[in-house]
Write a protein that binds this ligand. Structure first.
Ligand code: FAD
Length: 384
């Protein structure tokens, strides 16, 4: 049976993350206004506080499971807008640790590596990737040329795991993956991207111009298998979007009814106010989305990570999470009226921040396609 009640250890770890998020709120507006600034590795305010993820290491046997609690921490942390501690693992190094040889894991497994797939013209559809790799037979090095955009965490990372097209074989240029470390000759960093929302989110562009990397940097990845890593991260990204929507929902409720007002949920639709009714509907969407995400993480805990078992549930979580983030924030802004637009509050920021969660880590439309293919038993060619 699915049991969504949390253990005392789960609650303790989540509460630690929530307390940090409350401290982080003090920096929300600063990083919204200074998007070129990369947050410190760790803020002074949390130096003497226990790291929620380290507490998870020590209490794991008393929790509902690592992936579930990691996810709770992700969600609570997102409520703070700004990270008080930089994350210790990125998608790129997860791929190296999962697909690399022992030597490659030793060399790159402990580095912070972003993932760089997106190019102008190649976002949802990676088959449009045009970056290239060729081998220089004289030196054994690989020579890479590509324009990579919107690379998360690249500003503070040690480099990126870059997807490009290898030399043509039987009329096809296969996907290839390389570790490109900062300082590699030919890597030109273009700096932070100016964004509408999540401005504290380190996001950078870079170009590879005849960028040379040693042969050991080529990770032997199967593109489809690599995509399996996203089954673990999609629910987490959905949860972040939902957490931001949750912040705006809490704020809206307080603004409309005050801190201590308790909505009577047992009242019928005829006796409660229209405003209460609209708020309840947004809360219901929030709860339904949270349960969808938790169910996905519970399945991952039961059936394993990085084996494709939760592909559909991860896509469902992300599709619903992105949609809920948009609908809840939009609904709250309608309820708040002009006050929602004032920079005196964070409401307008949360409204901007939430939008991206239906775009990256698989846009909503693309995740709905994954779910539909599975339900209707269509191949990617038949339904795209
Ligand atoms: C802040 C931020 C961080 C990011 N971080 C990273 C990163 O770390 N690494 C990385 O590689 N990329 C990253 N990205 C890029 C992100 O993954 C892409 O923006 C995303 O994949 C969508 O691609 P696109 O922007 O080209 O939009 P498009 O793919 O052009 O989509 C445009 C619209 O068309 C819809 N659409 C697309 N295909 C279909 C279809 N088949 N059927 C129906 N509708 C469809 C989409 O849902 C969307 O609404 C990031 C982007 C942002 C903004």
């Amino acid at each position: 049976m699915v049991d969504f009640s949390f253990t005392d250890a789960d609650k303790k770890i989540a509460a630690l993350a929530r307390e940090e998020a409350e401290i982080a709120r003090g920096y929300s507006r600063h990083y919204d206004k200074h998007e070129d600034e990369i947050e410190p590795k760790m803020f002074d305010e949390v130096k003497d506080r226990p790291d929620p993820l380290e507490v998870l290491d020590s209490l794991e046997s008393e929790t509902s499971g690592r992936v579930i609690v990691e996810h709770l921490v992700t969600m609570e942390t997102a409520r703070g807008d700004v990270r008080m501690r930089r994350i210790k693992r990125h998608l790129g190094d997860k791929i190296v640790n999962y697909a690399g040889t022992e030597e490659q894991r030793k060399l790159f497994g402990n580095k912070l590596l972003s993932i760089a797939m997106t190019e102008p013209g190649a976002g949802s559809d990676p088959s449009m990737i045009r970056g290239t790799a060729r081998c220089d037979d004289a030196t054994g090095e690989w020579v890479l040329n590509a324009e990579k955009i919107y690379c998360s965490a690249f500003g503070a990372s040690d480099g990126a795991f870059v997807f490009v097209r290898g030399p043509e074989k039987n009329g096809v240029r296969p996907f290839m993956g390389f570790v490109v470390e900062k300082g590699a000759p030919g890597l030109v960093e273009l700096g932070q991207v100016k964004k509408m929302g999540i401005r504290s989110w380190d996001t950078a562009d870079f170009v590879l111009q005849d960028c040379r990397v040693p042969a050991i940097n080529k990770i032997d990845v199967d593109f489809k298998k690599t995509m399996i890593v996203f089954n673990g991260t999609r629910p987490g990204v959905a949860a972040m979007g939902l957490a931001i929507a949750g912040s705006l929902l809490e704020f809206t409720r307080e603004k409309l009814f005050g801190k201590d007002h308790a909505i009577d949920y047992a009242k019928g639709i005829r006796t409660r106010s229209a405003i209460e009714d609209r708020l309840i509907r947004l809360e219901a969407l929030y709860e339904a989305t949270l349960l969808t995400i938790l169910r996905c993480k519970w399945l991952e805990h039961r059936d394993g990570t990085n084996n494709g078992a939760t592909k559909v549930e991860a896509a469902m979580s992300k599709a619903l999470g992105g949609k809920a983030a948009r609908k809840i924030t939009q609904g709250c802004m309608e309820l708040l009226g002009p006050e929602g637009l004032s920079e005196d509050y964070l409401a307008e920021k949360w409204f901007r921040d939430a939008r991206i969660f239906d775009i990256f880590e698989g846009a909503g439309d693309v995740n709905r396609l994954i779910v539909a293919r599975s339900l209707l038993d269509y191949s990617q060619k038949e339904l795209n």
